[in-house]
Design a protein around this ligand. Structure first.
Ligand code: COA
Length: 259
């Protein structure tokens, strides 16, 4: 499939999706969302892909937010629909069966910070900047930012960042637990690939169950411990489990079939 606002490349089982509007600092407009969701779903459906990287085109920005030029004249209903669209795509990412890493290569503001937070892991380049500046616009985050920022860095600091619109540099984001690693820009994708390759040596079915169990912790009305019990049960019925335990007992490296 060809896209106008994103680039999608597959290399050695890793699908790199690049938000590609560098002249607008990769701001997420409606058309970009319409391509991003299907591109992510296509990666989930493609058995040759085991992991994803999401990044932004150019050296300046990961994503500088939702496209503010599309905000003018919105009705309440349209505003809610816009927010719901973002939630739909970001929930798809968060609940995805395959590991997804945000390679944050510059500004990750508003919807950009929210996109990064929806990914399972975040690696930032040294020049990355994070923030939720929506209150500058008379807005609040609309793509999960009020929830995922609290989940990642805790209520106190999240409240401060959401209320002050203050940006934090990559090193500060690392201290806050907002990102997993900070690396020089030249090594950003290499670090993401290395993380995915390490995860790929593990059981893919177990990785999918891990994602679901972690997300259950944050899901209203869902008992995460019960989810773990159920999904632990699922694991013992997989070929990955048979291979993993057999390999251990036979003192060899496991080769997981992913089923
Ligand atoms: N939506 C739409 N366009 C955006 C954008 C956004 N969120 N962020 C940047 N752009 C556009 C600018 O309008 C500009 O377009 P132009 O060249 O056609 O005028 C271009 O991207 C470059 O941005 P510019 O502001 O000139 O770059 P800068 O280096 O001076 O500042 C930022 C960089 C990130 C600090 C600044 O662009 C900014 O504050 N962006 C908005 C961040 C935001 O509020 N995000 C949350 C949205 S809800």
């Amino acid at each position: 499939m060809t896209y106008q606002n994103i680039l999608s490349t597959i290399d050695n089982g890793i699908n790199t999706i690049t938000i590609n509007r560098p002249d607008k600092l990769n701001a997420l407009n409606k058309a970009t969302f319409e391509e991003l969701g299907p591109a992510i779903q296509a990666a989930f459906d493609d058995e040759t892909i085991y992991g994803l990287i999401i990044t932004g085109a150019g050296e300046k920005a990961f994503v500088a937010g939702a496209d503010i030029s599309e905000f003018t004249g919105l009705s309440v209903e349209e505003g809610r629909r816009l927010s719901r669209t973002g939630h739909g795509v970001f929930n798809l990412i968060e609940n995805g069966p395959k590991p997804i890493i945000a390679a944050v290569n510059g500004f990750a503001l508003g919807g950009g910070c929210e996109l990064a937070m929806a990914c399972h892991l975040r690696v930032a380049s040294e020049n990355a900047m994070f923030g939720q500046p929506e209150v500058n616009l008379g807005l609040i985050p609309g793509y999960g930012g009020t929830q995922r920022l609290v989940q990642l860095i805790g209520k106190g600091k999240a409240t401060e960042l959401l209320m002050t619109a203050e940006m934090v540099k990559a090193e500060e984001a690392l201290k806050l637990g907002l990102v997993n690693y900070v690396v020089p820009a030249s090594g950003l994708l290499t670090k993401c690939i290395a993380l995915l390759e390490k995860i790929h040596t593990k059981s893919p079915t177990a990785i999918t169950e891990i994602i679901q169990c972690i997300n259950a912790y944050y899901e209203d009305g869902v008992n995460g411990l019960e989810t773990e019990i159920n999904r632990f049960g699922n694991c013992v019925n997989t070929e990955d489990f048979k291979e993993g335990t057999a390999a251990f007992l036979e003192k060899r490296k496991a080769s997981f079939p992913g089923k």
